[in-house]
Design a protein around this ligand. Structure first.
Ligand SMILES: [Zn+2]
Length: 321
């Protein structure tokens, strides 16, 4: 009988649960809105109801465990969410105990950071297959990072390693949610692209971008900026150029420290590859040491939104070997 793991991606917007077999095939999936503003008890109820729906679809003895990815810092041993910027009320939350106290009590439950699990998913079924030393960056609303060295995730002393989004790339740059200035996350995420676009519209009211957002800068999305850049708008192109350069500065540092075989770039912003990557590559070639810079391959992620779910399943399956 094939083994099934329940994989969870607990994000600020959606809760996604999937049943994944040992070959990485997704057999069933369920999605619910997180409704984080309703508080942790409500989020837990939605999560358990989504888990139960997937659980009920398979014979109980086929399900071998639960893997959970969550945006935030995790105490891996205790299964506690120590800090989660997108989920109000989850700081210090004993998530594993709460899940273990439910109908899942007989199952192995493992929790890790969502960006770490995305890296693991890419290693198992995506761009990092067969690669033992690589870094995976998820370019979304923020920037998450996962580091795999000798085939294993690097967690660090507090489970917080790989927070590549908080590398300083401009000491005078904008304020980051973490309290620092000029983090990679405030200069190369979807949020950064949107902020820069709103700012640029004040200076260039004639730009294509202005028409696209129907002259209402508040409605701008990173996707709109990308479409304007594709259409040849110079203002939008410059935003991706700057974003790409900052990303390259951050990646160059990571390459110098870790000498990875590969850097995998995922998340929504990575879809704008043609607009930012030439500038990223230029900065990497300029700033990283020659031997590691020549060796490293910088590639788009393959698993898309499912990377974190696949990594969560792998985490549990691998723990059973
Ligand atoms: Zn920061």
């Amino acid at each position: 009988m094939e083994r099934i793991v329940l994989a969870v991606d607990l994000g600020g917007t959606n809760i996604r649960v999937a049943a994944i077999n040992e070959h990485g095939t997704i057999k069933k999936r369920v999605q619910r809105p997180t409704l984080a503003h309703e508080g942790e008890a409500s989020v837990l109820r939605s999560l358990l109801s989504a888990l139960e729906e997937v659980y009920q679809a398979f014979p109980a003895n086929q399900i071998k465990g639960v893997g959970v990815g969550i945006a935030g810092a995790i105490d891996l041993e205790k299964g506690i969410v120590t800090q989660s910027p997108n989920l109000v009320g989850f700081d210090g939350y004993p998530l594993r105990d709460k899940l273990q106290a439910s109908f899942l009590k007989h199952l192995t439950i493992m929790i890790d950071n969502d960006a770490n699990l995305a890296a693991m998913g890419e290693k198992w079924k995506g761009a990092g297959t067969g690669v033992n030393d690589f870094i995976c960056l998820t370019l979304g609303t923020g920037i998450g990072g996962g580091i795999i060295i000798q085939g294993k995730l690097v967690h660090g002393a507090d489970g917080m390693a790989g927070e590549a989004g908080h590398i300083t790339v401009d000491p005078q740059g904008p304020q980051c949610n973490c309290g620092n200035r000029g983090c990679l996350e405030v200069l190369a995420s979807a949020t950064a692209i949107r902020r820069e676009a709103i700012e640029a519209l004040r200076r260039y009211p004639e730009s294509e971008l202005h028409k696209r957002c129907r002259h209402n800068p508040e409605t701008i999305t990173a996707e709109m900026v990308y479409q304007s850049a594709k259409a040849g708008d110079q203002v939008a192109r410059k935003i991706f150029q700057d974003m790409g350069r900052y990303l390259g500065i951050g990646i160059a540092s990571l390459i110098n420290i870790l000498n990875p075989e590969m850097v995998v770039l995922g998340g929504g912003v990575s879809k704008a590859w043609d607009m930012f990557f030439p500038f990223t590559k230029e900065e990497v070639q300029k700033r990283a040491l020659k031997i590691p810079a020549v060796r490293v391959k910088i590639v788009p992620a393959v698993c898309g939104d499912d990377a974190g779910l696949l990594g969560a399943a792998y985490l549990v399956l691998h723990s059973m070997i």
